[in-house]
Ligand binder design. Structure first.
Ligand code: TRP
Ligand code: SF4
Length: 325
């Protein structure tokens, strides 16, 4: 029996290279060895986008198209939409009843987001409960493996705490969910900060070649390298770290050429842009094809949600029985 795995993304923007390297590549491989559930977390998106949710609807299908074009296979994995499986909300309510307020108020991601996100009012009831819904997402499938980034570890910790508390109060139903971290080094944005839509420093999976070229040329390099004749320090250069991720076979060559000032940054970036364009090309072809048939994409989500619902209903039945005996 394969272990069950769940992960999800909030449909709040176009997917970018950070998603590809940090999550999707990993998900595609995991499909072979786990029973996978991949979820579009539209309720979680609404928690921050509630003032204007119209874009969220577009991102749902757009993100699914990206997932599939990167190799997520709806025949191998269950690809579904959170809000189409209502049982998530039932379990969320059960969990809300047993989750002490202090656990949520102390959650570091919550405090950080309230501090950092200034263009939205996140001091809402739902936003405080964000990790409770996330726990329900995971545990309604009794998933024991959850591939996520480092930033999500506090939510996984809370998921385990809620699971333990439920099992202790009622009946041993839920597993301990473990985070599965990616081994690939983190890909930084064009400005060497974290790659994020809100920093406007992403290369999107849907960016056309001309856009990729322009963006790569704007990347920050070794700040000490001003003239072509200055030897560079590839270890501090963000462009170089992209080579490590997307063309590891060229890494040494670039190291040497840069260190000896045999290659200029413009040329180095041109070559990187070509590599990225070539990587993105097959993904974009598939993506365009998929987006031509939006009804087909909707169907994939509906089928997946039906499949997910079967598992979710079975868990919820057990939960009701355990709580309401
Ligand atoms: N909070 C996750 C993120 O922002 C998205 C998410 C929602 C999720 N529910 C989940 C991830 C369940 C893993 C499991 O990335
Ligand atoms: Fe970075 Fe390449 Fe310039 Fe060296 S040559 S500093 S690796 S962009």
């Amino acid at each position: 029996m394969k272990k069950r795995l769940l992960s999800g993304m909030r449909p709040t923007g176009n997917l970018h290279l950070g998603h590809l390297v940090g999550a999707l590549k990993n998900w595609v491989e995991l499909q072979e060895n786990y029973e996978c559930f991949f979820m579009i977390a539209d309720w979680h998106a609404l928690m921050s986008e509630y003032e204007d949710a119209s874009k969220t609807q577009e991102y749902i299908l757009d993100n699914v198209a990206d997932w599939l074009s990167c190799g997520i296979d709806p025949n191998k994995s269950t690809v579904f939409l959170q809000s189409q499986v209502q049982e998530h909300l039932d379990l969320y309510m059960f969990f809300s009843c047993i989750t002490p307020l202090g656990w949520l108020e102390r959650c570091p991601t919550y405090k950080e987001q309230l501090r950092e996100i200034k263009n939205r009012d996140l001091s809402t009831f739902a936003f405080l409960g964000y990790p409770v819904l996330q726990a329900a997402d995971i545990l309604i499938y009794k998933a024991s493996v959850v591939p996520v980034g480092l930033d999500q570890l506090p939510h996984l910790e809370l998921t385990r705490e809620i699971s333990r508390r439920f099992n202790h109060l009622y009946k041993n139903i839920f597993p301990e969910a473990e985070a599965l971290l990616t081994k690939t080094p983190k890909l930084l944005g064009l400005d060497a900060r974290k790659m994020s839509k809100s920093y406007n420093n992403t290369i999107n999976l849907s960016d056309e070649p001309a856009v990729v070229k322009k963006k790569v040329q704007s990347m920050i390099t070794d700040p000490k390298r001003i003239h072509l004749s200055d030897p560079g320090h590839p270890e501090v250069c963000n462009v170089h770290s992209y080579y490590s991720v997307f063309a590891p076979q060229l890494k040494e060559e670039i190291d040497e050429a840069c260190g000896k000032a045999q290659i200029g940054c413009t040329q180095c970036k041109q070559q990187l842009a070509d590599i990225l364009i070539e990587k993105l090309n097959p993904i974009q072809d598939k993506r365009q094809e998929l987006l031509k048939h939006k009804n087909k994409l909707k169907e994939i989500l509906e089928d997946g949600s039906q499949r997910a619902k079967k598992v979710a209903c079975a868990t919820l039945k057990e939960v009701r029985k355990a709580v309401f005996v």
